[in-house]
Design a protein around this ligand. Structure first.
Ligand code: GLU
Length: 304
């Protein structure tokens, strides 16, 4: 398959879609990003890489980090994490509070903010230096030791974390957060502010495509069953309350972030990442969704 030709053609066919979305503006630093950017990268399990447009430009991965922290916690805690976080789509916005009250502080899934914060809370209990551990993990799965936090974004995130704080305190009142909320928010804001390119992200999702084994050094990160479960959660919950539509249009497990990035993969074959900061009304990259839909259509492959 000539993936270079496929992504170049998609880039050319996007028209002005990449100018139409709106950048996330609830975090002031994100609001300053020029929406008219688009990058796409493919990494295959047989070691090939393809890229186009702004594929090497770094951006904050935001909620895509939730996949990495979940992998780190599942690796250590196994199924115990599912005593504190559910596995059902929420059908609500990523930062919604309402469902938590009905469900007594047990978040619907690990990819809404509440669920991701429970996961990060467990990570803090498991790792003495959680921020270092997260960066080390991400560097390891994409083979790039330059990856780091964007400190300006982490700070802006922290200064505008009122709603996330509210979610965390609310869950703490039900006993579902055990660490200090300020510490939790510091780690959570940093994980959202990890700065990576589409090329890095495509590489970072290859261990999922490889059924839990890091293709760069051969180490097993997740069991085959754990990798399957992460994929199932991404398919059903990875795109806020547009997860059904992503599955319908693209047909791949993946995860988006409000920085405009999306990473997805085909088990046993490849990982693909796109970045375009203009978002649709659900908080997913407008051009990114369209590009991935075209990608699976053009290559005639998906998980279905
Ligand atoms: N930093 C964001 C927040 O928690 C992440 C949002 C996202 O990408 O979904 O508000």
């Amino acid at each position: 398959m000539d993936y270079q030709n496929v992504i170049d053609r998609i880039h050319g066919q996007l028209g002005d879609l990449w100018k139409q979305g709106r950048v996330a503006d609830y975090i002031p630093v994100l609001a300053k990003i020029d929406p008219r950017q688009f990058g796409m990268a493919v990494a295959t399990l047989d070691g090939c890489e393809y890229r186009c447009g702004d594929a090497q430009v770094c951006f904050s991965i935001q909620s895509i980090s939730k996949v990495f922290t979940l992998a780190m916690v599942v690796q250590r805690l196994g199924d115990d994490i599912w005593k504190s976080v559910g596995r059902e789509p929420s059908g609500n916005p990523f930062n919604s509070l309402v469902q938590l009250e009905y469900e007594q502080g047990m978040p619907r899934n690990p990819f809404i903010n509440a669920g991701a914060m429970v996961v990060t809370d467990r990570l803090i209990s498991l790792y003495p230096h959680p921020k270092d551990a997260i960066i080390e993990f991400v560097r390891g799965i994409c083979g790039n030791d330059d990856i780091y936090y964007d400190k300006e974004i982490a700070r802006s995130e922290w200064l505008n974390a009122d709603r996330n704080m509210a979610l965390a305190y609310f869950m703490k009142s039900f006993g579902n957060i055990v660490n200090d909320v300020d510490t939790l928010l510091d780690v959570y804001c940093h994980q959202c502010a990890i700065s990576m390119s589409s090329v890095d992200l495509a590489r970072a999702f290859l261990f999922l495509s490889n059924r839990g084994v890091n293709p760069f050094d051969g180490t097993r990160i997740l069991t085959v069953s754990q990798a399957k479960r992460l994929g199932a959660l991404m398919l059903t919950c990875g795109f806020y309350d547009e997860s059904g539509d992503f599955a319908f249009r693209v047909g791949l497990p993946g995860k988006s972030g409000v920085g405009g990035g999306i990473a997805a993969y085909i088990p046993g074959s490849l990982a693909v990442a796109v970045w375009s900061p203009g978002l649709d009304r659900h908080g997913n990259s407008l051009a990114g969704m369209a590009a991935l839909e075209q990608f699976t259509t053009d290559i005639g492959n998906s998980i279905f």
